[in-house]
Design a binder for this molecule. Structure first.
Ligand SMILES: NC(=O)c1ccc[n+]([C@@H]2O[C@H](COP(=O)([O-])OP(=O)(O)OC[C@H]3O[C@@H](n4cnc5c(N)ncnc54)[C@H](O)[C@@H]3O)[C@@H](O)[C@H]2O)c1
Length: 296
């Protein structure tokens, strides 16, 4: 059966783990050749060996322009061209109260999460244009849309990713280069442990824990998985997504629909609490449960 990405050549950053890894697996399954870029060399080399001939691994620190340029340039060198880039590498960035946040750490967070998307775009444009167009996808986050889903620097950088996507999509539309962002919700990956400074092996265990126990965090009632994001990447990279540019896709199991009491009957509404309403009364007011048959 024909793959949805047969013959396409795509660069993925942050490819050794989590969303990047899950996406490389889907891209290859759909017929693409992939340059997998990361700083976890052992995992990257294992990925190349696993998909021999379809994946080329390169050590690439996305905060380095030379590294990003080398990763992008590897696509035409190894596979003969470039059709898409998934700017995805990241971590939780600098944490803690703003008044004690180190300015250099703030800048490093922006280099990793936002400037990396600019660099991946900058170096991809000539190659994509040479093929008559292509697709760029940037990993943003629901933290870039609302407060409460990540540290301040992380969330601000991700908001920047969403607007960078929109504005650069306008610039590149005439060259038939589509640019979109994805805003994942809570996805079971190592990012949580890695951001807390755990060694990778321990962070990987934490990803498994989130996968096992993270279901109740969102309305759909199951944890988010890298494959949920990978499916959207495949669609956007494919010709099926050819009418879509300059926007962002929220893939979060509904977590940003509203506060927990909007979709979880056991959650307490702060509003109900402040009025002294019972959970049942508040649920009725909020439309959580059908009114009794004899109610007006
Ligand atoms: N997991 C979530 O819940 C979630 C939610 C929203 C957004 N995201 C975003 O998804 C992206 C992928 O994260 P993930 O959840 O798969 O985490 P992950 O830790 O499993 O994977 C991130 C990968 O990026 C790599 N990386 C880190 N710094 C790098 C650098 N300087 N250069 C190159 N590679 C580097 C890591 O080695 C790792 O392989 C990130 O941008 C993250 O902010 C994740």
């Amino acid at each position: 059966m024909a793959g949805r990405l047969d013959g396409k050549i795509i660069v993925v950053t942050g490819a050794a783990s989590g969303i990047g890894l899950g996406t490389v697996e889907r891209l290859v399954a759909e017929g693409a050749s992939v340059v997998a870029a990361d700083i976890q060399d052992e995992k990257g080399q294992m990925l190349e060996a696993r998909f021999k001939g379809s994946v080329a691994y390169i050590h690439c620190d996305v905060t380095s322009e030379a590294d990003v340029a080398a990763a992008i340039n590897l696509a035409p060198q190894r596979f003969g061209g470039l059709d898409g880039v998934f700017n995805n590498a990241g971590n939780g960035g600098v944490m803690g109260p703003v008044e004690t946040t180190d300015a250099a750490a703030w800048r490093t967070t922006f280099d990793l999460l936002l400037t990396s998307c600019f660099l991946g775009t900058k170096h991809a444009v000539p190659h994509l244009a040479a093929r008559g167009g292509g697709a760029i996808i940037n990993t943003a986050s629901i933290a870039g849309l609302q407060a409460g889903y990540g540290p301040v620097a992380y969330s601000t950088a991700k908001a920047g990713v969403i607007h960078f996507t929109r504005t650069v999509a306008a610039e590149l539309a005439a060259r038939k280069i589509r640019v979109n962002a994805i805003c994942p919700g809570l996805i079971a990956t190592s990012i949580f442990g890695a951001s807390l400074g755990m060694p990778r092996a321990q962070a990987d265990q934490m990803a498994a824990m989130v996968a096992a126990q993270g279901g109740s965090a969102q309305p759909v009632g199951r944890p988010g998985l890298p494959s949920d994001i990978a499916e959207a990447v495949v669609w956007l990279m494919s010709d099926a997504g050819s009418f879509v540019t300059g926007t962002h896709f929220v893939i979060d199991g509904g977590i940003t629909i509203g506060p927990a009491h909007a979709w979880d009957p056991t959650a307490t509404s702060p509003f109900a609490k402040s009025l002294g309403m019972t959970p049942d009364q508040m649920a009725q007011v909020a439309g959580m449960s059908a009114p009794a048959a004899d109610s007006p």
